[in-house]
Design a protein around this ligand. Structure first.
Ligand code: COA
Length: 333
């Protein structure tokens, strides 16, 4: 038994925020952001929009691409580090929107590697026969959780809002080679505080958040950028190689490489290390910034719709993020 992706979709808000827009609100510049990250603009939600709106848009497009209706799915797995509410998360609000009866849904927390974690768990559930079709999403709204000031500029310029989705379905046709060939997942909790959101925290007594924490900016994400960078450029090639080797596939046989969109420089570094020609990589961080768990499914959807992935081709997807987490998947289309 194997599972295969039968539809992809994405959704971003209409509001475009350029580097120049940010430079009006904090001490930064288009030149600094482009040089260090490759980002030119990102999308941010407007008042009245929610993560569930983006997730719904991505899910409906994926269903349409698969020629299916919401009633055809039997589980929802949504990865996010920015849930609509601490509990029950985002997937439950999406569940209501889609009108999918009483099927199970869950928010998965693996940050920027979240989509590949979700893909792996959905694949395993389908292969055991528990589910036939799983809606797997990555969905983030970062714009309401960053500090758009000089103090928060190191992170504020990086993140964007968006959602990406795939429909993963059982493939019982032995003549059809399409499917998830291999997924490898890793984590290293000892670096949890190198890229994290400290508060609100259920470990903080007697209340989860105080005025002092708000004033000190501890309610905004914090990152040790250089430390994260170094680990990303080490772990990504490592797990990519591990995954290809487990599937007995050579690097040169992969048709398209999709990397998590955290920083264009990280991806260029990884591609250089592995001697992957630019023509076999694709990036969209220039237009969307870092959308964490949503970045890879958004990129995958653009690749499919632009005709960059043809039936029978091999696609490699690799991510690194907070946790730390890192993961890679190899898919035959
Ligand atoms: C974030 C990142 C681009 C910053 O680049 P960097 O070269 O490490 O930059 P630094 O943080 O050392 O800052 C360099 C200088 O730019 C300044 N700076 C930081 N953010 C800035 C901004 N938005 N605009 C202008 N200047 C900025 C710093 O204050 C520092 O100034 P100083 O030299 O006077 O102290 C880089 O560290 C990175 O990409 N890290 C990994 C990010 C990542 O992958 N995150 C998510 C994983 S999912």
């Amino acid at each position: 038994m194997r599972s295969k992706i039968v539809g992809t979709g994405m959704c971003v808000p209409d509001r475009v925020v350029t580097n120049h827009d940010l430079a009006k609100r904090m001490d930064t510049s288009d030149e600094w952001i482009r040089q260090r990250t490759g980002i030119v603009e990102r999308r941010w939600i407007e008042d009245g929009q929610s993560p569930a709106d983006l997730a719904e848009g991505a899910a409906l497009r994926a269903l349409e691409a698969a020629g299916l209706e919401a009633g055809d799915i039997d589980c929802i797995l949504l990865s996010t580090l920015s849930p609509q509410h601490d509990f029950p998360g985002t997937s439950f609000f999406l569940h209501e929107r889609l009108g999918v009866g009483e099927i199970p849904c869950i928010d998965l927390r693996a940050q920027c590697s979240g989509f590949l974690y979700g893909l792996s768990f959905a694949d395993a559930m389908i292969c055991t026969g528990r589910f036939q079709r799983v809606l797997v999403l990555g969905c983030e709204v970062h714009s309401t959780g960053i500090e758009v000031t000089d103090r928060g500029r190191d992170l504020a310029v990086l993140f964007g809002d968006g959602a990406g989705a795939v429909i993963l379905q059982a493939n019982e046709d032995s003549d059809d080679t399409a499917g998830i060939l291999e997924v490898r997942l890793h984590a290293e909790g000892r670096h949890a505080k190198r890229l994290w959101l400290e508060a609100p925290s259920s470990a903080h007594h007697p209340v989860r958040v105080t005025h002092e924490m708000i004033d000190d900016g501890r309610v905004f994400p914090q990152m040790q950028g250089k430390f994260v960078f170094k680990h990303a450029v080490t772990r990504m090639p490592e797990v990519l190689r591990e995954t290809l080797s487990a599937a007995s596939v050579k690097l040169e046989d992969v048709d398209l490489f999709l990397f998590h969109q955290a920083n264009l420089r990280i991806n260029e570094f990884v591609a250089n290390q592995l001697e992957i020609p630019p023509a076999r990589c694709m990036n969209n961080i220039q237009r969307y910034g870092n959308c964490s768990a949503a970045s890879i499914p958004m990129l995958l959807d653009e690749a499919v719709r632009e005709g960059r992935i043809q039936s029978g081709q091999l696609v490699s997807m690799t991510a690194f993020g907070s946790g730390f987490t890192w993961a890679s998947a190899l898919v035959r289309w």
